[in-house]
Design a protein around this ligand. Structure first.
Ligand code: PEP
Ligand code: MN
Length: 295
């Protein structure tokens, strides 16, 4: 039976002619497009580790954490100035002031910044500060935002929608690519499944890493923080993600001496744990033949 609107992975070459491995033979069976973010190479010779707070809350908190993330050996700083919250009455991020703080953190540490943009009208403003624009899980289906970030001239971190199929996720990436921007890094952040919320926040779908790598040449990273929602699970989940071939990790870090985080404190790790994850990511390395790089 044929059903209207039904697609399968066999349709990826048609849905994603710009990003499909099958349609772009220059990448071969295993080649990865290297996405360079201010000198940090996603899909390059080693896994990239991004650390930082869930939200930019204050100058002291974010700049302090940026220094800690740098000392831990991570490659980039994360932190949301604009936060998509379940309740509109909750803290929504510190907005333009948050962007200023991120820019100071970058100036002091030299760490490139990835931060979320939620509104197509704010893309220019956020892109002035960010080295990489994050499209969050809730906005993966926001096609006008995808087109707008595609025109911004910055690399994009595209999170998987929490209920998105791989077809839908790659289709969303194709919206960005259609604007002429192929500098896209996919980010698996956990999906909704029957046990989500019982012992972890979402279900970390590690199987999608090799599956995505078969279908596209884009690099893929994992966010073990939102996937698990439990700080004690973040380190083992990070190791598992790297073993499954993830090109990097996006991890929330907190220091409670700046006060309890306004969001996601329960899943944040400390800088010492981040340093262990960085060491594991670096020591582990990845076989170069299997991940031949194409720039
Ligand atoms: C985040 O990384 O700050 C975030 C909100 O994650 P997600 O969009 O995956 O929920
Ligand atoms: Mn968070």
């Amino acid at each position: 039976m044929r059903i209207a609107g039904q697609v399968s992975l066999d349709d990826i070459p048609n849905i994603c002619p710009l990003l499909s491995r099958a349609v772009n033979p220059q990448y071969g069976e295993k080649g990865t497009r290297v996405v360079d973010v201010a000198g940090v190479r996603f899909g390059g010779e080693r896994a990239v580790v991004i650390g930082g707070p869930c939200a930019v809350e204050s100058h002291a908190q974010t700049v302090g954490l940026a220094h800690a993330v740098k000392r831990a050996g991570a490659d980039m700083l994360r932190g949301g100035a604009y936060k998509p919250r379940t309740s509109p009455h909750d803290f929504q991020g510190s907005g333009l002031e948050g962007l200023c703080i991120l820019s100071i953190a970058r100036g002091e540490t030299g760490l490139p910044i990835v931060t979320e943009v939620m509104d197509p009208r704010m893309v220019g403003e956020v892109a002035r500060v960010a080295d990489m624009l994050q499209v969050g899980s809730r906005n993966m289906h926001n096609y006008s935002l995808l087109a707008e970030v595609g025109r911004a001239g910055k690399p994009i971190l595209l999170k998987r929608g929490m209920s998105a199929s791989l077809c839908e996720w790659l289709g969303a990436a194709e919206y960005i690519a259609k604007q002429g921007n192929l500098n896209i890094v996919l980010c698996e952040r956990g999906i909704r499944g029957f046990p989500s919320g019982e012992y972890s926040r979402y279900v970390l779908d590690l199987n999608v890493i090799p599956a995505a790598q078969m279908l596209t040449f884009l690099p893929i990273v994992v966010d073990p923080s939102h996937a698990t929602g439990v700080s004690a699970m973040v380190e083992p989940a990070s190791r598992a993600a790297l073993e499954m071939g993830s090109h990097g990790l996006l991890i929330e870090v907190a220091d409670f001496s700046y006060g309890e985080p306004k969001c996601d404190g329960l899943q944040a790790i400390d800088a010492a744990t981040l340093a262990r994850i960085v060491a594991f990511a670096g020591a582990r390395g990845r076989p170069v033949q299997e991940h031949a790089q194409v720039t």
